[in-house]
Design a protein around this ligand. Structure first.
Ligand code: PMP
Ligand code: GLN
Length: 380
């Protein structure tokens, strides 16, 4: 048959997790914590289910959760989105990304993505009948190259997708990036999709440059986030999209027929958790920074060279002192022969830089897990 996604196979996350299970490897590949969610969240979820909050939620999300998101957004970024008109609760950031693209991007349009980028962006663009235009980030710092992005803009450009903190590198937009972005889209009809799922996992006192801080940007933007990352529950698949009323109205046309609503009991649980324990998300940077710093120190005793990690929960390592295999082959070898699963970077690119020898390790893990991985990595 004539297929719609001919280039798409099984995601690298699934492939590497399966390989890790088959070979009993320590899985630092697919990004997910191996520690549990906060106790209060479990109690609140359990209570919601016992209280019978088990039927369809409102299409846009329960009001208490949208209010909690509005208040949290104001607290973090000084802007309070309208809970009724601007916030939609979704089945993870993934659904939000698909809804936004399908709502706004038309056949024949172009969407600029910055490589390396998360692997679900391009399929969403392809399904909308549009073309992804790939612009590489700086190969060392993973910062946007604004000259190249400007050069990629055409009359067909409908959307620009950004991701800060960035998966896989952890790079974060600076105030200067925001200024460049504002100059780039002002006076155009380009929409923004800002993937901010790692918004609270930021280190060294840095400031998360949310698009929501900036009126000229947020008036053209879909900003997506994920409770999976903030509350250690990637398997709950709950996220949301904040967009101006007219854009949210279009977004909801897709959301209401795609899923209609998402898991209701967890919405009640997050509504309670966000309000009752702001210390959880406010302390998330420090929580992960301790893991990052400890893991980095350990990696420095191996032959892998850790790159700088400004945010997120992934550590990139240069493995050129260990192997000259390409990154997919190296990560398979590391998993099968050395017992540590990692994610290669090339699947995040249309065309990865030739000779790039970098792998991604997830440090959202208990110390014992990271210690077990290091013990194996010391034998490289
Ligand atoms: N964007 C990025 C950059 C991610 O890393 C992830 C998580 N894998 C997602 C979106 C999807 O988030 P969710 O699991 O909430 O759908
Ligand atoms: N976002 C996760 C990562 O980057 C994976 C999500 C998935 O398995 N699709 O590792």
């Amino acid at each position: 048959p004539e297929t719609k996604l001919p280039k798409v196979g099984t995601t690298i996350f699934t492939v590497m997790s399966q390989l890790a299970v088959e070979h009993g490897a320590v899985n630092l590949g697919q990004g997910f914590p191996d520690f549990n969610v906060p106790e209060r969240l479990i109690e609140a979820l359990d209570r919601a289910m016992r209280e019978g909050k088990n039927q369809y939620a409102p299409m846009t999300g329960i009001p208490a959760l949208r209010q909690a998101i509005a208040a949290k957004t104001e607290r973090c970024y000084g802007y309070r989105p309208d809970a009724d008109a601007e916030i939609t609760v979704t089945s993870g950031a993934s659904e939000a990304i698909f809804d936004a693209v399908l709502a706004i991007v038309r056949p024949g349009d172009e969407v600029i993505v910055l490589d390396p980028c998360y692997d679900c962006y391009e399929p969403a663009i392809d399904l909308a009948g549009a073309t992804a235009i790939h612009v590489p980030l700086d190969p060392r710092t993973f910062a946007p190259d604004w000259d190249r992005i400007r050069a990629a803009v055409s009359p067909k450009t409908r959307m620009l997708m950004i991701n800060t903190p960035h998966n896989p590198s952890g790079a974060m937009f600076s105030a200067d990036d925001i200024a460049q972005l504002t100059a780039l889209i002002s006076g155009t009809h380009i929409y923004l999709l800002s993937d901010e799922v790692y918004e609270h996992i930021i280190f060294d006192g840095a400031r998360h440059e949310s698009v929501l801080r900036y009126p000229e940007l947020r008036e053209r933007a879909f900003v997506v986030s994920s409770f999976g990352k903030t509350y250690h529950c990637t398997g709950w698949k709950l996220g949301y999209c904040i967009a101006p009323p007219a854009l949210s109205a279009e977004f909801r046309k897709v959301h209401q027929y795609n899923t209609f609503c998402t898991f209701a009991p967890a919405q009640w649980a997050f509504a309670e958790m966000i309000e009752a324990e702001p210390a959880h998300y406010e302390g998330l940077g420090a929580f992960y920074q301790a893991k990052r710093d400890r893991f980095r120190e350990q990696l420095l005793t191996t032959k892998l060279k850790p790159l700088v990690v400004p945010g997120g929960y992934f550590q990139l390592v240069d493995y050129s002192a260990v192997s000259d295999l390409d990154d997919v082959a190296f990560c398979r070898w590391l998993t099968i022969e050395k017992g540590v699963a990692a994610i290669p970077l090339s699947p995040f690119y249309e065309a990865a830089p030739a000779g790039q020898r970098i792998a991604r390790l997830c440090f959202a893990k208990n110390e014992a897990t990271l210690d077990a991985a290091i013990e194996r990595l010391l034998k490289l």
